[in-house]
Design a protein around this ligand. Structure first.
Ligand code: AKG
Length: 296
């Protein structure tokens, strides 16, 4: 009898814990003004402290955002989930249009509803000119971030330049780091980022090996207007959230690393570990925050 009671009590406690974790994971706290920087030196301080910053002083003007959305590559950007054209779909008789075939060549799927156009040969000469204009705008923060180290700009290279979109109905990405080594990633929203359309969520402080778990850190969502320059240390654990709206959420992503520490700097086991670490840090930091605030 006692054994049965113990089993029921244990199952109830486990169910309660899972429910509480699920509720905590669902909370989306916005990145607050402490991570917003008017100047590049202020941005470097935010990057040191929290691993992320929105560099307000570098925000792209609306013409450049429009030119980016007018790039040839952007014209073929998926606006909804593409039907799978894998072998099994073909066998099931799913027909794929020529346009979709073209789109699939340009756009690589990374998770449900997330598409990336990332190889430089996919951008034509005019697109490259627009991307170079954007890179010129973000360069001051890249330059100062690497010059803060003794090596300066030695061995620094652009490891990634991509146009991506999360279409309506896309799901959350797994928590991940762009690199185990120190580097800089920059996301430029091409529409306003909101919690609903899947703004980037970052675990503040997770770029440091001893990640602090406090209420002012933890997972925060970037809510920022189109053209914002969102910079984060590549070691910061982050993910793109799912898009629950009816419109796509396009963005540009630029990553810079040193040749001696190319991304991702880890294998499959490391990535799985980071995914778990992200979930645990997210839940624990929110629970700590709630206890500190005396909340429910
Ligand atoms: O879409 C985002 O907000 C984050 C993108 C990202 O982290 C990735 O594509 O690896």
């Amino acid at each position: 009898m006692h054994r049965h009671l113990a089993i029921v009590a244990t199952a109830a406690a486990a169910g309660g814990t899972l429910y509480a974790c699920h509720k905590l994971e669902g909370q989306l706290r916005p990145l607050d003004s402490s991570c917003a920087a008017k100047t590049v030196p202020a941005a470097i301080n935010c990057l040191k402290k929290s691993g992320v910053t929105v560099v307000e002083g570098l925000r792209l003007d609306s013409n450049l955002v429009m030119d980016t959305m007018g790039m040839k590559a952007a014209e073929s950007m998926p606006t909804k989930k593409l039907k799978s054209s894998s072998g099994s779909s073909r066998r099931r008789g799913v027909t794929i249009s020529k346009e979709q075939e073209q789109q699939e060549k340009m756009w690589r799927l990374s998770a449900i509803g997330r598409y990336h156009c990332r190889d430089e040969d996919k951008f034509d000469a005019n697109d490259m000119k627009v991307l170079e204009r954007v890179e010129k705008e973000i360069w001051p923060v890249v330059d100062e971030f690497f010059r803060a180290e003794e090596e300066g700009m030695e061995g620094v290279y652009r490891s990634e330049m991509q146009l991506m979109t999360a279409v309506p109905g896309s799901t959350h990405q797994a928590w991940h780091k762009d690199n185990r080594g120190r580097g800089l990633s920059i996301i430029v929203p091409l529409v306003d980022f909101t919690a609903e359309n899947g703004g980037t969520q970052l675990l503040l402080g997770s770029h440091e090996s001893s990640c602090p778990v406090g209420s002012d850190q933890g997972a925060k969502v970037v809510i920022a207007p189109a053209g914002s320059v969102v910079a984060y240390d590549s070691r910061t654990i982050h993910r793109g959230l799912g898009n629950d709206t009816k419109k796509g959420r396009p963005a540009l992503i630029f990553c810079y690393d040193r040749e001696r520490t190319p991304p991702p700097g880890t294998g499959t086991a490391g990535s799985i570990g980071t995914g778990l670490q992200g979930r645990v840090l997210d839940i624990v930091s929110k629970a700590v925050g709630q206890v500190a605030a005396g909340g429910d």
